[in-house]
Design a protein around this ligand. Structure first.
Ligand code: PMP
Length: 292
């Protein structure tokens, strides 16, 4: 990590970036008892901060642990870390995990830790590439059945198959990978939700075994405001042959057009571009827009 400046908020206090360390026998490291958030600040405001803090608390509860801070306290700590780092446009990463007091699958008494780091992260995908549309491989791994994994939690453990899939895609020159779910239906990318366009309507998979992203819900609202029909439904991979446009949504990815998924290709069309612009406008606080 090349950013060594500033401080990280750790269990209620600011710690210099290089000193924000954990013990090697941390339960979160060995047994993936860790949950996190990804947030973006625009013009000094963290977009949908409270929704992210609520999801963090809920992600931990799903994994059986209680973060020792309220949603309001987490919001406040995120804002303070942003201000302390001196950024108006930045990425915010809260992470909560079981500590190192006891080693073993059971760690009932381990301290629950919370840290918040803020750094500059301009665009997830190269901006010029973004308008050309990014290329996705088909992932080897599938999103697990909710009866097999806590799929509603933004749990670190669920990202193991995402990193494997994304690395494999990158090794073949792709930007990312599209994951199917355990039934073979279209699910999402490794860190973003997916939308398709056909005959002027949007189609997106039902989020029943992957995150119903905050960006996904925002983009659905923006599309409806434009009078577009949004079909949340089962999407089989073969259907991609008939879709005209495709884009990903996520806090980091924002709205990113997709030009290719495996054998299927898509245009970077009007609807994808419009929603990209609508999202950019939506995330900006009104005062920052007025100041421009
Ligand atoms: N799916 C996965 C696997 C993700 O990591 C993310 C990013 N948090 C999303 C979807 C999109 O979620 P959001 O729009 O809330 O960032």
């Amino acid at each position: 990590f090349d950013q060594l400046d500033g401080d990280i908020w750790m269990n209620g206090a600011f710690v210099p970036w290089a000193d924000a360390k954990i013990h090697v026998l941390t339960h979160g490291l060995h047994y993936a008892s860790s949950v996190f958030e990804g947030e973006r600040a625009y013009g000094g405001r963290i977009f949908k901060l409270t929704e992210h803090s609520e999801r963090l608390v809920e992600s931990a509860r799903i994994l059986g642990f209680e973060i020792p801070y309220t949603v309001a306290e987490i919001d406040d700590a995120c804002n303070k870390t942003l201000v302390r780092q001196g950024f108006t446009d930045a990425y915010v990463r809260p992470v909560a995990w079981r500590g190192s007091e006891m080693m073993g699958v059971s760690a009932q008494k381990n301290r629950i830790n919370l840290a918040i780091a803020v750094w500059e992260w301009p665009s997830y995908f190269d901006p010029a590439e973004k308008l050309k549309g990014i290329r996705l491989d088909m992932a080897e791994y599938r999103r697990p059945d909710p009866a097999t994994a806590p799929s509603k939690s933004k749990a670190a453990g669920l990202y193991m198959i995402c990193t494997i899939s994304k690395h494999a895609a990158e090794a073949k020159g792709y930007a990312d990978a599209l994951m199917l779910d355990w039934r073979g239906r279209v699910a999402e990318a490794t860190g973003a939700n997916v939308f398709f366009v056909k005959d002027g309507e949007l189609h997106t998979p039902v989020p029943d075994c992957f995150l119903d992203g905050i960006t996904r819900r925002t983009v659905i609202d923006l599309a409806k405001r434009r009078g577009l029909t949004v079909n949340e439904r089962v999407i089989m991979p073969e259907e991609m042959a008939g879709f005209e446009q495709c884009f990903l949504t996520g806090t980091a990815a924002e709205v990113t057009p997709v030009s290719e998924i495996g054998p299927y290709s898509f245009a970077v069309g009007e609807i994808a571009r419009t929603l990209m612009a609508d999202y950019e406008a939506e995330v900006m606080p009104a005062t920052a827009v007025a100041a421009e």
